[in-house]
Design a protein around this ligand. Sequence first.
Ligand code: HEM
Ligand code: HEM
Length: 306
Amino acid sequence: MAGHDSILNYARSRYLWISVGLSAISLIAYLWHDPGGPPNGGTWLGYTLGTIGALLIVWLMFFGIRKRRYLNSAGTLRGWLSAHIYLGTALILIVLLHAGFQVGWNLHTFAFVLMLAVIFSGFFGVYTYLRYPALMTRNRDSATRDAMLEEIVDIDQNALALADGIDPKVHAIVLRSIERTRLGGGVWSQLRARDGSDKALNALQHAMEERKKHSPASSRSAMSTRSMPTLFFMVDFLARDVSDKQAEALRKLIDMITRKKGLATKVARDMQYQAIMEVWLYIHVPLSFALLAALIGHIVSSFFYW
Ligand code: HEM
Ligand code: HEM
């Protein structure tokens, strides 16, 4: 997980130490400072820490813009992200010291709670960034998602053509399974990605069983086949007569759809992983804007009611 170039120990954990330093200085100042009353946001130290906190929040919010501008220089971006994570986390302590640990049911605390929500969603984001890329690589097993999707389309077409030659009912089963496969779309549908292969497989297995039951050849050898290993049974069964050409096609169809099911499961999982890596940003980013609004309200109101 935490390789030598992880975002958490980027540049020998430079930003971790900067954050620890900033937190330590704030804490020492807080302990040393004697406000002559309960510590709070209205003392000179309170204002100082509040200003540091507010500047940090504005700076953290610029990350979205920076992210798009530095898209081509991954190294720089990793540095910014590393700083973002550590300085963002340091905010918890800095703001608590700013407020003198006074929290209540008011706008100030509302801003603080929003800030915590942004920060903790950020923790989740870091967790997914560290964990999911490896899971995705393992799941894909050296194929790309596009290659898998292409193969699925190929299999779908071939399966339809093959099913067409077997019988209209089988064709309908395959068609329905293709229609039921839902991959892609927005983040929310990616989280619920599914494919319709299972039902089709069941239906085809069922058709296969039916065929076996009604074929005179199988009732003839039913006794002897029961104890035979499946493979021998299949060879025997498929070699039997002309109508068994259809059975062979059916068998092939089952193989194709089994392969497709494997691929579709991988693609669906790949999309789910990626969706999980994106979905927390739907909390992180909007709440950071709400935080900015609440913060402006907090600052304005504390000047009015001071
Ligand atoms: C320029 C920046 C800031 C200024 C000028 C400022 C100002 C103040 C003042 C004057 C108070 C004391 C209010 C009182 O005791 O009634 C206060 C308290 C507080 N501030 Fe700030 N603040 C700033 C930044 C922040 C930030 C970034 C946060 C966190 C999101 C924050 C959260 C709080 C909280 C939770 C309290 C305690 C409220 C209470 O006593 O219930 N402040 N702030
Ligand atoms: C109040 C504090 C914070 C604010 C205002 C804030 C704000 C933001 C913003 C605006 C973005 C850009 C997202 C985008 O445009 O795609 C972002 C990304 C991110 N933030 Fe925060 N953040 C804060 C704290 C944190 C913390 C504490 C962590 C981790 C512990 C964190 C982790 C991340 C991550 C991993 C990204 C995504 C980077 C990427 O997509 O490449 N954030 N944050």
